[in-house]
Design a protein. Structure first.
Length: 294
């Protein structure tokens, strides 16, 4: 994902080859994306008691539906928003988000499903915790997006992002490859690509090595991710942090119909994640397209 302002979203082009990180990405034929996606979906467990979904309010009633989703491992619901032409339907959004470790889910404010025709990008993440999908959601890309929010908010003392720290760049240069060609675009993208590999390593039977024999070429990157973010990326536990919900958007000058969703700030056991004001207006955009199934 590229970091850019909203006003230039559609005008962005990829950097020149000279601007890419130096290590080549693991070749597509050596990294079985679909094996990883299937393994994550089958081995990451769904929290019990998830099934409550209720329509609450709308953002333009002709195009969007907004609903709360409760999972048993967090005291307060997440608010999802889906356009009528969204490639991700409600079940896809509910299942994939629920299978992600709760420690990662807690760094997402809202999950949004948008039409594919809105942009060339597959997904976007904002510094205030929103993840927007313009495709059907699969687990590796979702973990990539969640890693961006964690890069901004999970740890303190490393600047705006952990990926901008010397710890991360030094780790990268101890490896011989980048997790993917897309990860070469910048440190944030390398971090997020290594992130999904770290989650796989922490949760899959046989670790990340179960989906590629090239795991040794990037092991310092995903092992460092596990070292610093390990408390967030393993299954189990419950949420301890959350963003406050955004305010409901009025429809036709009137307040949206339905009760206001309960805000995470109402729970004393949940710490509120505060967005960084100087990052407002920025967005990461993910060019990754889901590989064609063989």
């Amino acid at each position: 994902m590229k970091l850019l302002s909203l006003t230039t979203l559609l005008a962005i082009v990829l950097p020149a080859v000279a601007d890419l990180l130096p290590h080549a990405g693991i070749p597509d034929g050596q990294f079985n994306y679909w094996k990883m996606a299937d393994a994550l979906r089958s081995q990451l467990k769904f929290p019990n008691g998830y099934g409550h979904m209720a329509n609450e309010f709308g953002l333009n009633p002709n195009d969007f539906s907004v609903f709360n989703v409760d999972y048993a491992d967090c005291e307060t619901a997440w608010v999802f928003c889906k356009h009528k032409d969204s490639a991700a339907d409600e079940n896809n959004m509910l299942e994939m988000f629920g299978r992600a470790p709760v420690g990662m889910r807690q760094f997402v404010r809202h999950l949004v499903g948008l039409p594919s025709y809105v942009s060339q990008w597959s997904a976007q993440t904002t510094p205030d915790g929103d993840i927007r999908f313009l495709t059907h959601i699969d687990m590796p890309i979702l973990l990539h997006e969640m890693s961006h929010s964690m890069d901004w908010h999970a740890l303190s003392g490393y600047g705006d992002t952990f990926s901008s720290s010397g710890i991360w760049s030094n780790t990268y240069y101890r490896d011989s490859y980048t997790p993917s060609e897309y990860g070469r675009n910048n440190w944030m993208e390398d971090f997020a690509e290594a992130g999904k590999c770290g989650v796989a390593d922490a949760n899959l039977y046989g670790g990340f090595g179960s989906v590629t024999s090239w795991w040794t070429t990037i092991q310092n990157q995903y092992k460092t991710y596990e070292q610093y973010f390990g408390s967030f990326i393993k299954q189990g536990g419950s949420c301890t942090r959350r963003f406050s919900n955004s305010a409901p958007v009025p429809m036709n000058g009137k307040r949206a119909v339905g009760p206001k969703p309960e805000d995470p700030s109402s729970h004393s056991t949940i710490a509120i994640i505060e967005p960084k004001p100087h990052l407002a207006g920025q967005i990461t955009t993910c060019q990754n397209k889901k590989p064609e199934e063989n």
